[in-house]
Design a protein around this ligand. Structure first.
Ligand code: ZN
Length: 182
């Protein structure tokens, strides 16, 4: 689970934790959290400083009306293969970047069994990994996040640097044998 900052209001924080137990994920923005339903379709904002005293009650009401709110969350293991191409970079640069990219990629906690393969003739880098997620959308999000993080670190913060690497192909495969209940 990704750590997120606590909500300043205790009762809302409690609601968010119960949602997380149902597979929801919250991403903090400036004035709200973005709440993502594990189904990959629903999205709800959670205000940081709501002034309406009925805010939480309304929020709970809206969420509990969702069909997927009561579904049991089944986490599935997904295998991802993400192929990137760096058509404008020269071979020496790709080779030089590779160690940094690999170090950062293997450091990402949310994914496992990371692997990197490189084909210098076509200037492609192939990232593969396994990730446990509630839906294919969430799995892809985690995988793309890991690759983006790795490329970003290798660019040492140069803005737009990771744009040199263009996503060519995304393959995702669920492994139902390894499905586990959350
Ligand atoms: Zn949903």
């Amino acid at each position: 689970m990704v750590e997120r900052p606590r909500h300043p209001k205790k009762d809302i924080e409690r609601f968010m934790r119960s949602a997380e137990a149902r597979g929801w994920r919250f991403v903090k923005g400036k004035k709200y959290y973005k709440g993502l339903c594990p189904c990959g379709v629903h999205l709800h904002m959670v205000h940081l400083t709501p002034s309406n005293p009925r805010y939480l009650a309304n929020l709970v009401h809206r969420c509990s009306r969702l069909d997927c709110w009561c579904l049991e969350v089944i986490m599935t293991n997904y295998f991802l293969r993400l192929e990137c191409e760096a058509p404008d970079a020269d071979v020496a640069t790709i080779e030089a970047d590779l160690d940094t990219i690999a170090d950062a990629f293997f450091d990402v906690d949310e994914v496992v069994d990371q692997d990197i393969a490189v084909d210098l003739s076509s200037k492609t880098v192939i990232f593969s990994l396994n990730v446990e997620a509630a839906s294919e959308v969430r799995a892809l999000e985690a995988g793309l996040g890991a690759v983006r993080t790795a490329l970003h670190v290798a660019g040492s913060g140069t803005p737009g640097w990771e744009d040199h690497y263009r996503m060519l192909r995304q393959e995702i495969e669920a492994d139902p044998r390894r499905a586990v209940r959350a």
